[in-house]
Design a binder for this molecule. Structure first.
Ligand code: SF4
Length: 379
């Protein structure tokens, strides 16, 4: 059987990454099968795929999945990792009639869907109440236009109104630590409120895709495992894992970069805890070497999908015996595009893996490696 650390050494773009040998060994023991085939297929969502794309796929660009904020750049919570800055680049729709206009403009411009979000009130609720009728109107007028909503905390009435309005996917950050809720989010709500929101959402027909932000407590792990337990109690359609990106943290409350191996261990635990649920690594994670390390662990831990993978991941997956597909991902949204990518009707064209690997490995050759052409199986 291929030794997984040795396989990493063979992947040229992974020169310089430092993986935890003990963790890699454990991942190999848990997730490789006799004969070397690791845990099933892995989907890579990558804008670089566009280099190989058909003209149909090439249309999947920056404006395909715009993010729209119902509060513009305003948010009452001012969480320490964000300070509402995530909202700034989004399209504002501060009144229901603005949302109708924005949706029509986006449909006319060729958008395939949108992420609907907004700043929170002091209770971590986004006040969508006046918007539900117009969301229904948008879905009735443009049924193929997908709408994903960032729910924040919601009661059962709101969950049902989201469902009735025709929203396609509901996303929320699940936080499992009271200290994180109090200190990072400045919020007087309990862990139970997050679990109840998840419970209400999964009781509807909405496609629920919670996120866990790893390292949310100033770069350290605190409530992540509890969040995993909460999700296990209320199984969603898929789970997205992201790693905190505290670009906007105040100097007085700095975040450390989460340790890559700890992130990798969490991937292993999440895979064990939720064997039947698609686990995706979302776009948000630290750049550079940390990203290469985190992505390598994700491939080894049997995650089902990686958005915007680091160079070398397709080759690593091939070397570990994982069947891989490469699909286009739309690169503009800070959150949510991996959720949209889950849609069954996403563009079906797949890259031949070989040219991607050959490019990644700069012509190093693939002697002896089994390469699966994605289009040939499963779909
Ligand atoms: S993470 Fe959400 S709730 Fe917190 S400041 Fe940013 S937009 Fe507001």
């Amino acid at each position: 059987m291929t030794d997984w650390l040795a396989a990493v050494d063979q992947v040229e773009p992974l020169d310089g990454v430092r993986l935890d040998a003990g963790l890699v060994g454990e991942l190999q023991r848990r997730f490789s099968r006799p004969g070397g085939a690791a845990a099933g297929r892995i989907d890579f969502y990558t804008p670089t795929f566009k280099a190989y794309a058909t003209s149909e796929i090439a249309g999947c660009g920056k404006s395909a999945w715009p993010a729209v904020s119902v509060t513009g750049g305003e948010c009452k919570l001012q969480c320490d990792h964000c300070k509402a800055r995530l909202l700034e680049p989004m399209i504002p729709a501060r009144r229901p009639e603005d949302l109708w206009r924005v949706a029509n403009e986006q449909v006319a411009a060729g958008a395939r869907g949108m992420l609907l979000t907004g700043g929170s009130n002091h209770r971590d609720e986004v006040e969508y109440g006046p918007y539900y009728p117009v969301i229904r109107r948008i879905k009735d007028a443009f049924p193929a236009f997908r709408i994903a909503i960032h729910t924040a905390l919601a009661d059962l009435d709101h969950a049902r109104r989201m469902e009735d309005s025709g929203i396609d996917a509901a996303m929320m950050d699940v936080i499992g630590s009271q200290d994180t809720i109090t200190q990072v989010y400045h919020l007087r709500r309990g862990v139970d409120d997050f679990e109840r929101t998840l419970e209400y959402l999964v009781s509807t027909r909405l496609k629920v895709v919670p996120h866990i932000v790893l390292g949310l407590h100033y770069g350290r792990f605190l409530g992540e495992w509890n969040a995993l337990e909460m999700i296990r109690r209320h199984p969603p359609a898929a789970l997205v894992l992201v790693v905190v990106m505290p670009f906007y943290a105040p100097a007085a409350r700095p975040f450390v970069t989460p340790d890559s191996a700890q992130v990798g261990r969490f991937f292993m635990d999440a895979r064990q805890a939720l064997p039947g649920i698609p686990l995706l690594l979302g776009c948000a994670r630290p750049p550079g070497r940390a990203k290469a390390e985190i992505d390598s662990y994700a491939v080894m831990a049997g995650l089902n999908g990686i958005a915007h993978p680091a160079d070398g991941m397709v080759e690593l997956a091939a070397r570990l015996g994982r069947e891989a597909t490469v699909s286009p991902a739309c690169c503009s949204m800070a959150v949510g595009n991996e959720v949209m990518a889950l849609d069954a009707d996403r563009p079906q064209a797949k890259a031949e893996i070989r040219p991607v690997i050959e490019r990644e490995s700069a012509g190093a050759g693939l002697a002896g490696i089994k390469v699966v052409a994605a289009a040939s199986r499963h779909r």
